[in-house]
Write a protein that binds this ligand. Structure first.
Ligand SMILES: Cc1ncc(C[n+]2csc(CCOP(=O)(O)OP(=O)(O)O)c2C)c(N)n1
Length: 585
C-alpha cells in the first residue's frame, strides 16, 4: 500500500520507538502535522522552536535515546539552530525534522524558504535534504542511527512540502548500510595493555571523567577502576554525576570554577587518564601549561578528540564502557598511593570551597545546600548558564548517575527550562529542578506554558541577582568595574510572571526561609517556582583566570568588595604556581 511522505515520517518515528516529539507547525510542515495525531506519538507544542530543540536535547540526555524536534521551513527551522549547536557541542542525541518549501521553489527565495541544510552543516553531526519520497525510510533510519551511535549528536532531516505529500510504497529498513560510518567501539588490546602498565607505574595518577562516561553508561566501571587502582576522580562540567559526589576519591569539578584541589591534583599528576572528555579550555586552563608532568591516556569514541588540545601518550579510541572493562581486567596490583592521597587530603583541608556568608545575605550556596538536603541528590538538576551553574557544579554532590544536565560546550543561556521539560518527559517519575539565572530564564521563559499545560512536576529555582551575573563578575575583575549592560533590575515580577502562567511561585530573600520554600515547592503537584533573591555582588570562586594555568587557581576571593567602599583589587595572573611540598619531579 502506498502512503505519503508525512506518514512515512510518522511510521519511521514509531519504528524508532519515538513516543514524544517537540515542535511548532507552520505552512510547509502542515502535511506532517495533518497526519501526526493518527500515530501513537505525543506532540508537545512549544512556544518557540529553540525550546523544541532544547527539549529534544534534554530528552535525549536524560533518556540516553534520541530526542526529536520539528519545525516548519524558514524561521521555524532557523530557530532550531541554537539548540542544534548546543546539542552538537555536548554530544546530545537529537533528530530534527524540518519541512522546506516545495522542491520546485527551492532556490527561488520563496516565502519562508531557508537553506537549513546549508545553515546547519556546522552544528549537526549530519544533515539530509530529502528530494524524493522514496528516500524517506532510508534517510530516517540513517538519521536515528547517526544520532544515537558513536559519538551522539544532532541530525537534521529537511523535507520539502511536496515530498511530504507524494505517495509511494513504504518499508522501513531493518539495517543501516553506511560504509563510511563505522565508529570504533571496542578498544585496541595493545593500547589497553600500555595504559594498564602506565597506571601500575604511576605515583600521582588522576582520572578526568567526562560526559562520555554518562553517554556510555559506564559509571560502575569508572568507580571500579578508581577504587581498584586508588585513583582520585575529577569531573569536567559535563562529567558531573558519573562518579559519586560524596566518594572519598572524588575531587569535584576542575577548571575555571572547579575546586582548587582538583586543579592542583590535575597540575601535579604524573598520569592523567581522560575518559570520555574533551580537555576543553574551560576545564584545563592554559593548554601549554596542562599536563606538564604527566603522561596522558585518553579514552574517547571520537578519534578527532585525541591529541586535539593535549598531547596523548596512549590513545584508546573506543566506547568508554568496553574500554574500562578491558582496562580493569588488564590491571595488576595498584601501587601504594598513600603519599599522593595524603597530599590531596591536605589540599582539601587547606583550600576548601568557600563558605556562604552568615550575615543575612542570601548566597547561591545556601540555596543549593538546601536543595541537596531536601532531595538527598535523588533528583535531576538542569542548570542554565552563568554563576549559578558553576555554584551548582561546586556545591551539589551528585550521587545518582546522569542527574546533571547543562549546556557545557556552547554555554547556551535559556537552555535550562526547555531542557528540564524535555528531561522530565523522558523520566517523568523523577523529581526535577530547573536552576536558572534571571538572565537566562528570560530567554526561554515562554516555555512555562508547556510546564503548566502538561502539569509537569517540575520545580524551578530562579537565582535572581538582578544581573547578568557572570558578565558582571568579569567586568568587576578584568574590566576595572566598568559595568556595562549587565543590570537586569526592574521588570519582570517573576512571581506575577509565574502566576500569569498559572504556576505557584514564592520569593525568598532570607537564608532562614529557604528550607520552608523548598519544602513548599516540592509538596506542590505540578510546576512551582521559587525566586531566590541572592546577593547581587556574589562572585564565584575558586577561579582559574582565562589564559592562566590550573596551578594558578585562585581559591578564595581575597580582594575587598567595592560595595564596602574599599578599593577593588583586580585579579591578575600571578604566573606563580602554588608551592607544592615534596611532589615535584
Ligand atoms: C545566549 C547567550 N548569550 C550570552 C551569553 C554570555 N553569558 C554567559 S553567562 C552570562 C550571564 C548570565 O546571567 P544570568 O542568566 O542572570 O545568570 P548568572 O550568571 O547571574 O547566574 C552571559 C550573558 C551566553 N552564555 N548565552
Amino acid at each position: 500500500m502506498k502512503i505519503n511522505g508525512s506518514r512515512m515520517v510518522c511510521e519511521s518515528l514509531v519504528a524508532e520507538g519515538i513516543r514524544t516529539v517537540f515542535g511548532l507547525p507552520g505552512g510547509a510542515i502542515m502535511p506532517l502535522y495533518d497526519v501526526l495525531p493518527q500515530y501513537p506519538i505525543k506532540h508537545v507544542l512549544v512556544r518557540h522552536e529553540q525550546g523544541a530543540a532544547h527539549m529534544a536535547d534534554g530528552y535525549g540526555r536524560a533518556s540516553g535515546d534520541v530526542g526529536v524536534c520539528m519545525a516548519t521551513s524558514g524561521p521555524g527551522a532557523i530557530n532550531l539552530v541554537t539548540g542544534l549547536a548546543t546539542a552538537m557541542m555536548d554530544s546530545a542525541p537529537v533528530v530534527a525534522i524540518t519541512a522546506n518549501v516545495a522542491t520546485a521553489f527551492i532556490g527561488s527565495d520563496a516565502f519562508q524558504e531557508a537553506d537549513i541544510t546549508g545553515i546547519s552543516i556546522p552544528v549537526t553531526k549530519h544533515n539530509f535534504l530529502v528530494r524524493d519520497v522514496r528516500q524517506i525510510p532510508t534517510v530516517m533510519k540513517e538519521a536515528f542511527h547517526l544520532a544515537r551511535t558513536g559519538r551522539p549528536g544532532p541530525v537534521l532531516v529537511d523535507i520539502p512540502k511536496d515530498v511530504l505529500q507524494k505517495e509511494d510504497e513504504f518499508s522501513y529498513p531493518s539495517k543501516v548500510t553506511m560504509p563510511g560510518y563505522n565508529p570504533t567501539t571496542q578498544p585496541n588490546t595493545v593500547q589497553v595493555r600500555k595504559a594498564a602498565r602506565l597506571i601500575e607505574e604511576a605515583r600521582r595518577p588522576v582520572i578526568i571523567a567526562g560526559h562520555g562516561v554518562l553517554i556510555s553508561r559506564a559509571w560502575d566501571e569508572l568507580r571500579e577502576l578508581a577504587e581498584k587502582a586508588q585513583i582520585p576522580v575529577i569531573n569536567p562540567l559535563l562529567g558531573l554525576s558519573n562518579f559519586p559526589g560524596n566518594h572519598p576519591l572524588y575531587l569535584g569539578m576542575m577548571g575555571m570554577h572547579g575546586t582548587a584541589y582538583a586543579c592542583y591534583a590535575a597540575d601535579q599528576a604524573d598520569l592523567i587518564i581522560g575518559i570520555g572528555n574533551r580537555f576543553d579550555d574551560r576545564a584545563i586552563g592554559k593548554f601549554t601549561a596542562f599536563a606538564q608532568r604527566a603522561k596522558v591516556i585518553h579514552i574517547d569514541i571520537d578519534p578527532a578528540e585525541i591529541g586535539k588540545n593535549v598531547h596523548t601518550d596512549v590513545p584508546i579510541v573506543a566506547d568508554c564502557k568496553p574500554a574500562l572493562q578491558a582496562l580493569i581486567r588488564e590491571l595488576g596490583e595498584a601501587p601504594e598511593r598513600g603519599a599522593w592521597l595524603e597530599q590531596i587530603a591536605e589540599w582539601k583541608r587547606q583550600y576548601p570551597l568557600p563558605e556562604p556568608p552568615s550575615d543575612g545575605r542570601l548566597s547561591h550556596r545556601h540555596v543549593i545546600r538546601e536543595l541537596w538536603r531536601a532531595t538527598g541528590g535523588k533528583c535531576i538538576i538542569v542548570t542554565d548558564v552563568g554563576q549559578h551553574q558553576m555554584f551548582m557544579a561546586q556545591e551539589f554532590p551528585f550521587v545518582v548517575p546522569n542527574t546533571h544536565i547543562s549546556s557545557g560546550g556552547l554555554g547556551t543561556m535559556g537552555y535550562s527550562l526547555p531542557a528540564a521539560i524535555g528531561a522530565h518527559f523522558a523520566r517523568p517519575d523523577e523529581p526535577i529542578w530547573c536552576c536558572a539565572g534571571d538572565g537566562g530564564f528570560q530567554m526561554t521563559s515562554q516555555e512555562l506554558a508547556v510546564a503548566k499545560n502538561y502539569r509537569l512536576n517540575l520545580k524551578i529555582a530562579l537565582f535572581n541577582n538582578h544581573y547578568l551575573g557572570m558578565v558582571r563578575q568579569w567586568q568587576q575583575l578584568f574590566y576595572k568595574e566598568n559595568y556595562v549592560a549587565v543590570d537586569l533590575s526592574g521588570p519582570p515580577d517573576y512571581v506575577k510572571l509565574a502566576d500569569a502562567y498559572g504556576i505557584p511561585a514564592w520569593q525568598v530573600e532570607d537564608p532562614a526561609q529557604v528550607p520552608e520554600a523548598v519544602r513548599k515547592a516540592m509538596s506542590q503537584e505540578g510546576p512551582a517556582l521559587i525566586e531566590f533573591l541572592v546577593d547581587p555582588n556574589e562572585n564565584i570562586f575558586p577561579m582559574v583566570v582565562p589564559g592562566t594555568a590550573l596551578a594558578e587557581v585562585i581559591p578564595f576571593e581575597t580582594h575587598p568588595r567595592s560595595d564596602n567602599g574599599q578599593q577593588p583589587v583586580h585579579v591578575q595572573s600571578s604566573n606563580q604556581p602554588v608551592p607544592l611540598p615534596g611532589l615535584r619531579d
